[in-house]
Design a binder for this molecule. Structure first.
Ligand SMILES: Nc1ncnc2c1ncn2[C@@H]1O[C@H](COP(=O)(O)OP(=O)(O)O)[C@@H](O)[C@H]1O
Ligand SMILES: [Mg+2]
Length: 399
């Protein structure tokens, strides 16, 4: 067990926590819209019980449970106090979940907590929310053993009286969306691209995360700047977050229409009436959109209306490149933003592109250095859900 890792003992080993309300919610966040969702699932209607079952499948303990339950934290009414955490501050408040910064007291490690409020999930007609939550946790659990450096990995899931809480690796450097906005002019979201070296480093890490996920048969389906977080203010390392639309689909094609319109591959829109789509190829499209945006400072696809945006998407008619984008980067982006999904570059091919030669050299040097670092066996997880069950899950719009 890494010294800094919070404990993840089964719930049964923990003392019951006081039944108190979480009261750390900030004002409603302003987020770009996510497209909802025609649910294409043909499987049985999801139930809250199934989500509960999934969530109760907690990681095998990689270490001893903590005994840190300071009375001050308990007295504060923090529902996480019984689990050895103290909630520090709110980060984001979505329609169905709340993200906060917290600290594991025994190790002083900062974490992010994503809280799924039972009251919202138990409401009649909200079974699909429970299914979406279950998907998110399932995917994060599948990803956790490898501890990929560019994924905001799950540490554990705890159940309080009023919520399920996913404890995640904390990224304290803000989102890529925020950086782009800060970097840009005021008259539109952002209009100046990032420095090429930074844009390349972010793109490479994102491709690395996607290559890893796709290798495990997992598609993210909501890749966009808002879901790319910096680990620290130095902006050196990014992590992909928000697995609310992710699915462990293996080689199977997908039917659920989901994502964020500006980053959605044209075949997803088309899949409403036509063929199912490949999850990895849809993620690659979104990656190329992000690469464009990093370099150009504006989204690759824009439209005065959803109809106009869709028309541009289905023609792969992205905004024109300016001199800001170097030739080698353009070449990669152009080989992804093509209609024929099967012909798109995959993540490993993208990482092999000329533009990324400096990143490959740096990664090779890091890998060599890491050879000497002692490794620990990854935690293992119980997983009792079939791929079909996951793919059939409807997904919910959270904004
Ligand atoms: N691991 C994390 N560390 C720090 N901030 C996070 C983390 N995960 C999420 N956030 C913040 O919370 C926001 C919402 O979380 P996300 O998982 O994207 O949920 P939603 O489904 O509401 O978009 C993110 O855009 C990010 O600002
Ligand atoms: Mg998000």
């Amino acid at each position: 067990m890494r010294e800094s890792a919070p404990p993840s003992a089964p719930l049964s080993e923990r003392e019951p926590q006081p039944a108190v309300a979480a009261d750390v919610l900030p004002a409603q966040s302003t987020k770009p819209p996510r497209l909802n969702i025609g649910t294409k699932g043909q499987g049985p209607a999801p139930t809250f019980a199934s989500a509960r079952r999934a969530l109760s499948a907690r990681p095998q303990s990689p270490g001893r449970p903590t005994s840190a339950r300071p009375s001050s934290a308990r007295a504060s009414g923090d529902p996480l106090a019984g689990f050895g955490y103290v909630t520090l501050s709110p980060i984001a408040n979505g329609a169905f979940s709340t993200v906060c910064r917290a600290k594991h007291l025994a190790t002083q490690r900062e974490v992010a907590t994503k809280t799924f409020h039972k009251a919202r999930y138990l409401q009649p007609g909200n079974a699909h929310l429970a299914q979406a939550m279950r998907n998110e946790i399932d995917v994060l659990r599948r990803l956790a053993p490898q501890q990929h450096p560019h994924i905001a990995n799950i540490i554990e899931v705890v159940e309080t009286a009023q919520a399920y809480v996913a404890v995640l690796e904390y990224c304290g450097g803000g989102s890529l969306q925020r950086l782009l906005q800060k970097n840009g002019a005021c008259d539109r979201p952002h209009s100046l691209g990032l420095d090429e070296r930074l844009a390349r480093s972010i793109s490479y890490q994102l491709a690395d995360a996607l290559g890893h996920m796709h290798g495990l048969g997992i598609a993210h389906r909501d890749v966009k700047p808002e879901n790319v977080l910096f680990v620290g203010v130095g902006l050196e390392t990014i992590k992909l977050c928000d697995f609310g639309f992710a699915v462990a689909c293996g080689h199977k094609r997908l039917k659920t229409v989901c994502g964020t319109p500006q980053y959605m591959a044209p075949e997803i829109e088309a899949s409403g009436s036509k063929e199912p789509y490949a999850g990895w190829a849809a993620d690659m499209w979104a990656l190329a959109c992000c690469m464009f945006e990093l370099l150009e400072g504006k989204p690759a696809f824009r439209g005065a209306s959803v109809t106009q945006l869709n028309m541009r998407l289905v023609r792969a008619s992205h905004e024109a490149f300016t001199a800001a984008t170097p030739q080698q980067a353009r070449a990669l982006i152009k080989r992804i933003l093509i209609m024929d999904a099967e012909k798109r570059l995959n993540a490993h091919q993208v990482m092999g592109g000329m533009w990324f030669a400096p990143n490959r050299r740096a990664a090779a040097a890091r890998a060599e250095a890491a050879e000497n670092t002692p490794r620990h066996p990854p935690p293992t997880y119980r997983d009792d859900h079939s791929d079909e069950e996951r793919e059939n899950a409807p997904v919910v719009m959270c904004s």
